[in-house]
Design a protein around this ligand. Structure first.
Ligand SMILES: [Cu+2]
Length: 112
C-alpha cells in the first residue's frame, strides 16, 4: 500500500512539473499604434505588469508580441491593459477617453 501511494505521488509530481514548465505563452496582437511613442507607452506599461516576461511592438506591422506566464496573467487582461491606454488591440476597442488624451502623432490618421 505504501509503495502504491509513493508511485502515485511520484506520477503526480512528474506530470505537475511537466505542466508547470509549459506555463509560458507568446501571443501576437494587432494594435492601432502609430509611432515610436506608442511603442514606448505600450511596452513600458506591460513591462510594469506582473506576469509579463516580454512585450515588443513592431513599428512596421503595429503588431504586439507578448510573452507571459499563464498562471499569473491571461490574454483578456493583457488586452484590457493595452485598450485602457487608448489603443485598439485585436477585437477590443481602445478606451476612448484615454485615446483622446494621446498626442496627435499617436492618433489614427483619420483623427489627426
Ligand atoms: Cu504614438
Amino acid at each position: 500500500m505504501k509503495t502504491l501511494i509513493t508511485v502515485i505521488l511520484a506520477i503526480l509530481f512528474v506530470s505537475n512539473t511537466a505542466v508547470a514548465q509549459k506555463k509560458m505563452e507568446t501571443v501576437v496582437y494587432q494594435t492601432s499604434a502609430q509611432c515610436g511613442m506608442c511603442k514606448t507607452t505600450i511596452e513600458k506599461e506591460l513591462a510594469l505588469t506582473g506576469g509579463i516576461k516580454s512585450a515588443e511592438l513592431d513599428n512596421e506591422t503595429k503588431q504586439l508580441r507578448v510573452t507571459f506566464k499563464t498562471r499569473r496573467i491571461n490574454e483578456a487582461k493583457i488586452k484590457e491593459i493595452v485598450a485602457n491606454l487608448g489603443y485598439d488591440v485585436d477585437n477590443v476597442k481602445g478606451n476612448q477617453e484615454n485615446y483622446k488624451k494621446l498626442p496627435a502623432c499617436c492618433k489614427k490618421a483619420e483623427d489627426r
